[in-house]
Design a protein around this ligand. Structure first.
Ligand code: TMP
Length: 204
């Protein structure tokens, strides 16, 4: 089983992915928690290039770099874990490229859709965390690290990203479950558990 978490900045994806992994581990499942861009040594090198504010990639180059990182992540980390029978939970996957590069940056969406279709795997379930812009802004401002290249982009960019995630969720309702992430960590976790249990009975 391959589960992804998607959503804009400040949605709490990493926390929710970890809490779901802990809940599944407590049920006796073997779970691998991973993230994008990254999740494999070479892909983490590409993450550094993509998030650094020293580079201003052209939109198509940025799309290919995300898919290069993803190809490495899929081949080196996700597929071997699935083959071992683990549940794989990824903090972001291909929907992020559609939302950030396709909608946010105006990169060619048909190219992104085509590259996504060519991937050898597809998530069984995607939890789309939706957060109000004002709440997201407070959460991002509370982080201690310097803003990365995407976090530093303005509110209009992040509004287009949110529109992109909503469009993906509307186009693929069987795969994508939209969950409001405005509440506290425990409330959102309970909703995520309920959504996973209803979409994939017996898994958690
Ligand atoms: P995060 O670890 O905070 O989620 O940071 C990853 C950043 O990379 C986030 O701002 C979203 C961005 N991103 C893209 O723009 N496209 C992608 O395909 C992926 C996976 C992430």
């Amino acid at each position: 089983m391959f589960i992804t978490f998607e959503g804009g900045e400040g949605a709490g994806k990493s926390t929710q992915a970890r809490l779901l992994a802990e809940a599944m581990t407590a049920k006796g499942r073997t779970v691998l928690c991973t993230r994008e861009p990254g999740g494999a040594p070479g892909a983490e090198v590409l993450r550094g290039l993509l998030l650094s504010r020293d580079h201003d990639w052209s939109p198509p180059a940025e799309v290919y770099l995300h898919f290069a990182a993803r190809a490495e992540h899929v081949a080196r980390t996700i597929q071997p874990a699935l083959a071992r029978g683990a549940v794989v939970i990824s903090d972001r996957f291909a929907d992020s490229t559609m939302a950030y590069q396709g909608y946010g940056l105006g990169a060619d969406r048909s190219l992104i859709a085509a590259l996504s279709r060519l991937l050898p795997i597809r998530p069984d379930l995607t939890v789309m965390l939706e957060v109000s812009p004002a709440i997201a802004a407070v959460r991002v401002a509370g982080r201690r690290q310097a803003l990365d290249r995407y976090e530093a982009m303005g509110p209009a960019f992040h509004a287009r990203v949110a529109e992109g995630f909503a469009a993906v969720a509307a186009a693929e309702p069987d795969r994508c479950a939209v969950v409001s992430a405005d509440g506290g960590v425990d409330d959102v976790h309970r909703t995520v558990l309920a959504v996973v249990a209803s979409r994939r009975p017996g898994v958690v």
